[in-house]
Design a protein around this ligand. Structure first.
Ligand SMILES: [Ca+2]
Ligand SMILES: [Ca+2]
Length: 97
């Protein structure tokens, strides 16, 4: 899924626009990732993600959270790395709407 989003972005934006976009959002995404990574192990587990949504005032049904998590966790290791996170966050708002 993460790779799919990258391809869509690549096709949507011209190359230089894509790089500008990525560079501008990189810091914000990393900061958000760190704020969610409660135990600071460099990965997000499902509990951390659920807590983050709760703190943001979003009550996500378990089935939807499970679906979201499995889409983001593209290598299926049970945790979301920053690399997986960075591409998916771009479309988070759309997924939750
Ligand atoms: Ca963690
Ligand atoms: Ca993973």
């Amino acid at each position: 899924m993460a790779a799919d989003i990258r391809v869509v972005l690549w096709l949507t934006l011209r190359s230089e626009e894509f790089h500008t976009f990525v560079n501008r959002t990189e810091d914000a995404l990393r900061s958000l990732f760190r704020s969610i990574d409660h135990d600071k192990n460099g990965k997000l587990d499902k509990t951390e993600l659920r807590d983050a949504f709760a703190r943001a005032g979003l009550a996500i049904p378990k089935a939807r959270l499970d679906d979201f998590f499995s889409r983001v966790d593209s290598n299926n290791d049970g945790a979301i790395s920053f690399d997986e996170w960075r591409w998916v966050t771009v479309c988070l708002e759309r997924w939750l709407s």
